[in-house]
Design a protein around this ligand. Sequence first.
Ligand code: AMO
Length: 417
Amino acid sequence: MRLCGWIIRIKRIGRVVIAEVSGSDVKPYVIVGKEDINPGLYKMLSELSIGTAVCFEGEPSPSQISKRGVEYIVKELKVYSTPLEPMPVDPAGKVPALLDTRIKYRWLLLRNPVEKAIFRIRQSVIEAARRYLLSNGFLEIHTPKIVAAGAEGGATLFKVQYFEKEAYLSQSPQLYKQMLVASIPRVFEITPYFRAEKFNTTRHLNESWGIDVEQGFIEGVEDVMRTLENLVAYIINYVRENNSEELEQLGVELPRVETPFKRLRFEEAVDILKSNGVEVSETEDLSDQAERELGRIMAEKGHYLYFIVGFPWSSTAFYYMREEDGFHTRKFDLDFKGLEIASGGQREHRLDKLVEAMKQKGLNPESFDFYLEAFKYGMPPHGGFGLGLERLIMQMLGLSNIREAIIFVRDRTRIVP
Ligand code: AMO
């Protein structure tokens, strides 16, 4: 077997050298060179420095003594590249680095088993989502990331000079996924979101990723919520079953998730918060602090994942369907331990009402002509959601900052690396 990777740790004990090679697996490959048994290998390993790129021919050792990785009996070791300077971070993780440094050198720190575990789990989340959605009849789509109109409000639009015209980076595939349910009953996209959030928080990125779904021919918003809860449960249970080594590296225990999730009406959430002394508005979305506090209260009742349903119209985007009372909408959020990880709802599919909603929200329907056109030719009742990938990973793994869940961070101060 030929295995390749980078030396992350070298330990000398008397006449034995133990080297750890970080390769394609979570745990490092462990190579042991003993001066009296394999002097050639012992000499080579003794001369290697941390960071060296190597390949070896070997087989797993019958005696697996090391707890840190999988031991190999090595027949041949080849050096491909040696570092030009000492490493700026410790890939073995013995010397902890500040988050700033970790972000700067994430591409290098991915040699570290813990750092690697996070991104192997990220890959599993995407794999699970795709499996679940494909097996439930959703078609994977790709929509433009350079757009002429934003769906999520002007304040977070990044402007782009598109030849003679002004364009924006897409905040959400919202308008396009809705347009496509005019001809494909179920669609999904795994996509970046670009949002010019000016504030620097532990839960916002300026470039983040979402799993976006849109589902036509629904009977009501419950159909959409069921898709979301089943998807989230499938993802978490998939990671639990397929990433035990990664979870162990991270010291995370992931309990099995069961559905249905608790549904909490917006008013109930407001009442619970008020009775716990948190000031909240009855017409605006919950603040980060209120969300966190609600998470704490819900956890005490055994609810880690819960929906908040029936948001007031004053707090939502124009495309959510309003209830007859004119006050409530069919918009929901899904919160995970006090953090919104997804929002969605049933959409307004009746053209006249949609145009009216846009005007009420201060938007000019003419700028959305291309979108409104799709509502003229048999648009079915539909709904969907956007599930934030980094937020899901953050909550699932108990990370304290969303920046830990994406390799290259785009935030208020970072556009490199
Ligand atoms: P919303 O704006 O709530 O809804 O976004 C959906 C989900 O995406 C994640 N998210 C973010 N994560 C990190 N940093 C950000 N700046 C950021 N912005 C959003 C969150 C959030 O719950 N079009 C609707 C969805 C729909 O109705 O289908 C939308 O974009 O986890």
